[in-house]
Structures are given as structure tokens and as C-alpha cells.
Design a protein around this ligand. Structure first.
Ligand code: AMP
Length: 210
């Protein structure tokens, strides 16, 4: 089975949701740059202070900061792993390629109108990073994480104005990676708004085993 994978796709495509299932069902170690950065912001570290302004505006944190943050983490990974939210630029992809040869880039493709609905209705767990959707995947108890019992919150960058900028940033900076990995023969695209979360997972699982 393919064991070194990255997840590509616009914000709201379901990368975090699929990463969670891949971790739970197939034992992938998950590295999410967004989760790492949000934790750094919550803890008020130097990295968090630098990253916050970019994140609040829906922009990308500069490549040198992100590449430096990820290098050591990736070098220390053992066993199957997935990167969620990295790389997000061609420069990051080139930097990743000098550390590890990935097996597959899973591109989760979703139309813009669906993304905006998903992001505005997304609620996140600050403690275990689980993600919910107010109508498609609500928590069992209103406002409380099923997995760990923490109080759910709406990310600052999940407000409509910031979302529009995040989608623009995605198109300009991250979308070219689809071609980048396709040319290397490593791209698998799955439609992220057809079928249930489990159906989408099943398609990804099959691609990992092919
Ligand atoms: P995410 O949780 O993946 O949507 O990431 C939230 C925010 O963190 C993004 O909008 C960026 O500001 C920042 N971020 C996450 N990953 C990266 C990355 N690979 N490069 C630059 N900025 C990133």
C-alpha cells in the first residue's frame, strides 16, 4: 500500500476529515500545517505571532517559515504518513522533494459554491482538531466535540470574507500543484462532493492499494 501521501484540495474540500479517517482506520501519522500553526498561535510562540497576521487575512504564511517548520518534522516521521495542507506552493513542493519521495498526491476536488457552504458551517475542536459541519456532520451534542468533549468553535478564517481570499490564494498558489504531481505520475483526483464521507474514503483507500 502507498504509505507516503499528501492531500491536496481547496479549503473546505474535506482534507481534514479524510486525514482523520486515514489516521484512525489505516494508521497514517497525520501532519497538518494548519493545526500546527493554530496551536502555535494559541500558545503565543514566536512562530504563532509571525503566522497569525497571514492566517487571519486568509493568506499563506511565508515559504521560509513553513519549509523550516516542516523539514525536521518530516525527517523524523516513521511508518505511513500523510501531509495535510503541505505543500501549498511549488517552492514547498520542491523543498519536500529534497527530503522524501512521496507515493501519491490525493487531490480532493470540490466546486466553489459547496466550499463556501462547508466552510461557513464548519465547527472545529481546539483540543483534538476534529471537524464538524452544522448540517452534514453535526456533533451528537450541540457545540461539543464527540471525540474529546471540548467546546467547538468557529475558526476566525472561516468567515465569508476571509474564505473568498483563501479560495483566491488557493487558485493562485496551490492549484498549480495538481499539474506538478500529475506530470510526475503521482496524482489521484477524487470528487469530494459526490457520495458520503465514507464513499470518498473508500475511493481514496482503493487508490492507495492500486
Ligand atoms: P488550513 O487549516 O490547512 O486551512 O490552514 C489554515 C491557514 O494556515 C492557511 O490559510 C494559511 O494561512 C496557513 N497555512 C497552512 N498550511 C500552510 C502552508 N503549507 N503554507 C503556508 N501557509 C499555510
Amino acid at each position: 500500500m502507498k504509505s507516503k501521501i499528501i492531500l491536496l484540495g481547496p479549503p473546505g474540500a474535506g482534507k481534514g476529515t479524510q486525514a482523520e479517517i486515514l489516521g484512525n482506520k489505516l494508521g497514517f501519522t497525520r501532519l497538518s500545517t494548519g493545526d500546527m500553526l493554530r496551536e502555535a498561535v494559541r500558545n503565543g510562540t514566536e512562530l504563532g505571532k509571525k503566522a497569525k497576521t497571514y492566517m487571519d487575512a486568509g493568506g499563506l504564511v511565508p515559504n521560509d517559515i513553513i519549509i523550516g517548520m516542516m523539514k525536521e518534522k518530516i525527517e523524523n516521521l516513521e511508518g505511513a504518513f500523510l501531509l495535510d495542507g503541505y505543500p501549498r506552493t511549488v517552492e514547498q513542493a520542491d523543498a519536500l522533494g529534497t527530503i522524501v519521495d512521496i507515493d501519491l498526491a490525493v487531490n480532493i476536488d470540490v466546486d466553489d459554491d459547496v466550499l463556501i457552504d462547508r466552510l461557513t458551517k464548519r465547527r472545529s475542536c481546539p483540543k483534538c482538531n476534529a471537524v464538524y459541519h452544522l448540517t452534514n456532520k453535526p456533533p451528537k451534542k450541540d457545540g461539543i466535540c464527540d471525540a474529546c468533549g471540548a467546546e467547538l468553535y468557529q475558526r476566525d478564517d472561516d468567515k465569508e470574507e476571509t474564505i473568498k481570499n483563501r479560495l483566491k490564494v488557493y487558485r493562485e498558489n496551490t492549484f498549480p500543484l495538481i499539474d506538478y504531481y500529475s506530470k510526475k505520475g503521482k496524482l489521484f483526483t477524487v470528487k469530494g462532493n459526490e457520495g458520503t464521507i465514507d464513499d470518498i474514503f473508500a475511493r481514496i483507500e482503493k487508490a492507495l492499494k492500486d
